[in-house]
Design a protein around this ligand. Structure first.
Ligand SMILES: NC(=O)c1ccc[n+]([C@@H]2O[C@H](COP(=O)([O-])OP(=O)(O)OC[C@H]3O[C@@H](n4cnc5c(N)ncnc54)[C@H](O)[C@@H]3O)[C@@H](O)[C@H]2O)c1
Length: 254
């Protein structure tokens, strides 16, 4: 290996949430590093469009990742189409904001935990099992959030609890699978200018107040997350596992 070899050329990479704002940018970054992408998201048509926009080698997989029983078959289908995947990037997620903590319903709780945490765990389990059975090393990158450490506020607390659990689970998976050569790391975005950040009726003054809390005085952009994510999957991060990279313009420092 040279010091600046990504080591991703010809590798199969699964990106979930890959037709979303950050997922689409990250998938493009992996394609530019020479990887073959499995574009996974809810809508088959959008997955196909995204895959095609990256080049003919890539494939789209429309799947609701909350269908836990289907996840091993999804991993098997990707392997049959594109070869054994050696990187999994878990980006799919949702936030449901409520006015405050008192108005959180059980449905709100389940809707966020089912995709952000439960689906992430079981997809990663299915992915890592194939690596373990094949004796091939690989890597997982989980999308957490700055809120994993801050805890968030009011109606976003449940979402941030899922992100805190993702950070904790990243460490436990990293420790468990290090002997198998499977590295597990996390990326923690700060405040990213995507639809997820917007709330109904949000004013320009409220957006500006958020920007003022960011030392770099701008929201993150989807493209800001590409470097950290591709790096963590690459051979250049070969001695990193259980880490979380903060990509937040200094919003949260740790
Ligand atoms: N935008 C931010 O400010 C911010 C901050 C911190 C962390 N994050 C995290 O970054 C990730 C990407 O965020 P984004 O802003 O690009 O959001 P986004 O809404 O643009 O993308 C999320 C994607 O996940 C997909 N998804 C949702 N439920 C799914 C399911 N059941 N099965 C398959 N796919 C499903 C959606 O269709 C969507 O394409 C998320 O995990 C989010 O929690 C975002």
């Amino acid at each position: 290996m040279t010091h600046l070899d990504w080591g991703l050329s010809g590798k199969t990479v699964i990106v979930t949430g890959a037709t979303g704002a950050i997922g689409r940018a990250v998938a493009q970054g992996f394609a530019e590093a020479g990887a073959t992408l499995a574009i996974v998201d809810l809508d088959q048509g959008q997955c196909n469009t995204t895959a095609l926009s990256l080049g003919l080698a890539h494939r789209g997989y429309g799947a609701d990742l909350r269908q836990i029983a289907q996840l091993p078959a999804l991993v098997a289908r990707i392997e049959s189409d594109l070869g054994l995947a050696t990187t999994l990037v878990n980006i799919a997620g949702v936030i449901l904001r409520t006015p405050d903590l008192f108005t959180v319903t059980e449905q709100d709780w389940d809707a966020q935990h089912d995709i952000n945490l439960k689906a992430l765990f079981f997809l990663t389990q299915a992915f890592a099992k194939r690596l373990a059975d094949s004796g091939v090393p690989g890597s997982v990158i989980n999308y957490s959030s700055q809120g994993a450490l801050s805890g968030g506020f009011g109606g976003s607390v449940v979402y941030n609890a899922t992100k805190g659990a993702i950070t904790t689970m990243t460490r436990g998976m990293a420790r468990s699978w290090a002997p198998l050569g499977i590295r597990v790391n996390a990326v923690a975005p700060g405040l990213v200018d995507t639809p997820m950040l917007k709330t109904p009726g949000q004013t320009a003054a409220e957006r500006d107040a958020m920007i003022q809390q960011i030392p770099m005085k701008r929201f993150g952009l989807p493209d800001d997350h590409v470097g950290a994510t591709v790096f963590l999957a690459s051979d250049m991060a070969g001695y990193m596992t259980g880490a979380m990279i903060n990509v937040s313009g200094g919003f949260l420092m740790y």
